[in-house]
Design a protein around this ligand. Sequence first.
Ligand code: MC0
Length: 142
Amino acid sequence: LVTAIDHVGIAVPDLDEAIAFQRDTFGLEVAHSEENEEQGVREAMLRAPGDVTGATQIQLLAPLREDSTIAKFLDKNGPGLQQLAYRVTDVEAAMAALKAKGLRLLYDAPRRGTADSRINFVHPKDAGGVLVELVEPAATGR
Ligand code: MC0
């Protein structure tokens, strides 16, 4: 079902501060950043210098609004790991396979994710306490 570990997402209160911390402490660099209005996030994808295209990235997620999922996560838990994202080739097929196993998907249809990927999420209560994201990269993407 899964072809790669796409990214691991960290909730942060301030995106620019978190980017600077990861750069100055660990040497990670920004590969991509954007705002996703629907998801209520400002986000950045980080990678290690020299990483091959398609390698696992670290996603920093900062809230755009007080009522966003990331704002709620930060209020409840503080900064930290928020999600694990698995790459798939066909998000609808992955959704159907997981539904058939009795797992709850958060959306009835895929929504827009980073860099025009198509995404959905498995409820953390059905995945060992981990919010699992399914990511089908855009056709022109990685
Ligand atoms: C909540 N829970 C989590 C969790 N969030 N467990 C593990 N990881 C998380 N991130 C647990 C809580 O501890 C609680 O358990 C129960 O789930 C209900 O939590 P809640 O605090 O009442 O929160 P809800 O139910 O309002 O929301 C949780 C839910 C939400 C997963 C449905 O966060 C959501 O819709 N997430 C998907 C969208 C998202 O995360 N967007 C931001 C990233 P207890 O035991 O205390 O009851 S956007 C993104 O990722 C895009 C841009 C991309 O990568 O392409």
